[in-house]
Design a protein around this ligand. Structure first.
Ligand code: CMP
Length: 231
C-alpha cells in the first residue's frame, strides 16, 4: 500500500478505543504525528536489547512478542492483534527493548516517535491510562504464568493458554475461540512441546471440553475453567 492519506490514518486511529472520543481536529493532529509502517510476514519489527525510539499502534495483522535463547530456543510471551499497541515500555522507562516483536502475518502499524509521546498524551490523556492498563494486565498475565510454571505441569499450562486466548476472543468478538494459532504456537506460549499441546487438545476434544474445526478450537469456557480450578 502506498503511504496513506492523513484522513485514512485519522480514520484508522478512531478504531482504537482510547482515541474513539477525539474530535476531528485533534485526531488530525495525532495523525500528523504517526508514521505509517508495513512489515512482511516473519520480519522483525523490534529486536530485544535495541534502543527504543518509537511505540507502535497495530492497525492490521498479528505480531508475536518473544524471547530467543542463545541456543535458538524460543519463548513466546504473547500474540497481539489489532487494535493493540507495543513498544511503549522502552519509551516509558528509557531501557532497551524488553523482547523481540515479529510480524506473524503481513502487518500495518503506525509509529509514534518518542519525542511526540508527551504531546500525544496532552492531546489525549486516555492514551496514558490505556498504556498503564496494558502494562498492569501484562504483569498479571506474567504472574499467572510464573505461578503455572512453578506449581503446575505442562498439561495444566496448555489448558491455561487455551482458556486465556479463548476468553480474550470472547471478550472482543463474543466467540470463545482459539483461531490462527498452530499447535506449535500454543505449545511455545505454554512452555512445552508441540506433541504435548496436541495431546492435551485431543484429550480435551474427546472429553467435549473443546471442539475443533480445521485450525479453530472452540472452548467451553466454564468447563475448562472448572477443570483448571480442580487441578
Ligand atoms: P518494549 O520493551 O519497548 O519493546 C518490546 C515490546 O514488547 C515491549 O515494549 C512491550 O510493548 C511488548 N511486550 C513485552 N512483554 C510483553 C508481554 N509479556 N506481553 C505482551 N507484550 C509484551
Amino acid at each position: 500500500m502506498a503511504t496513506p492519506s492523513k484522513a485514512y490514518i485519522a480514520d484508522r486511529l478512531r478504531s482504537f478505543e482510547m482515541f474513539a472520543d477525539l474530535g476531528d481536529e485533534d485526531l488530525a493532529t495525532l495523525a500528523d504525528m504517526m508514521a505509517f509502517k508495513q512489515f512482511g510476514k516473519g520480519e522483525f519489527i523490534l529486536t530485544q536489547n535495541e534502543i527504543g525510539t518509537a511505540m507502535y499502534f497495530l492497525v492490521s495483522g498479528r505480531v508475536k512478542v518473544s524471547l530467543a535463547s542463545p541456543e535458538g530456543k524460543e519463548l513466546a510471551l504473547n500474540y497481539l492483534e489489532s487494535p493493540s499497541h507495543f513498544g511503549e515500555m522502552s519509551l516509558v522507562d528509557a531501557e532497551p527493548r524488553s523482547a523481540d516483536v515479529i510480524a506473524v502475518t503481513e502487518v500495518e502499524a503506525f509509529a509514534l516517535d518518542s519525542r511526540d509521546l508527551s504531546a500525544a498524551i496532552q492531546l489525549q490523556p486516555r492514551l496514558a491510562l490505556t498504556v498503564i492498563g496494558t502494562l498492569s494486565r501484562r504483569v498479571r498475565q506474567l504472574i499467572s504464568r510464573l505461578e503455572d510454571m512453578a506449581f503446575h505441569d505442562a498439561t495444566h499450562r496448555v489448558m491455561r493458554v487455551l482458556l486465556n486466548v479463548a476468553t480474550a476472543a470472547y471478550e472482543s468478538s463474543g466467540v470463545p475461540i482459539v483461531e490462527g494459532l498452530t499447535h506449535y504456537e500454543i505449545a511455545t506460549l505454554a512452555g512445552t512441546s508441540r506433541e504435548t499441546a496436541s495431546r492435551v487438545i485431543s484429550q480435551l476434544t474427546k472429553e467435549g471440553i473443546v471442539g475443533t474445526k480445521g485450525r479453530k478450537i472452540v472452548v467451553d469456557l466454564i468447563a475448562l475453567g472448572t477443570l483448571l480450578e480442580s487441578d
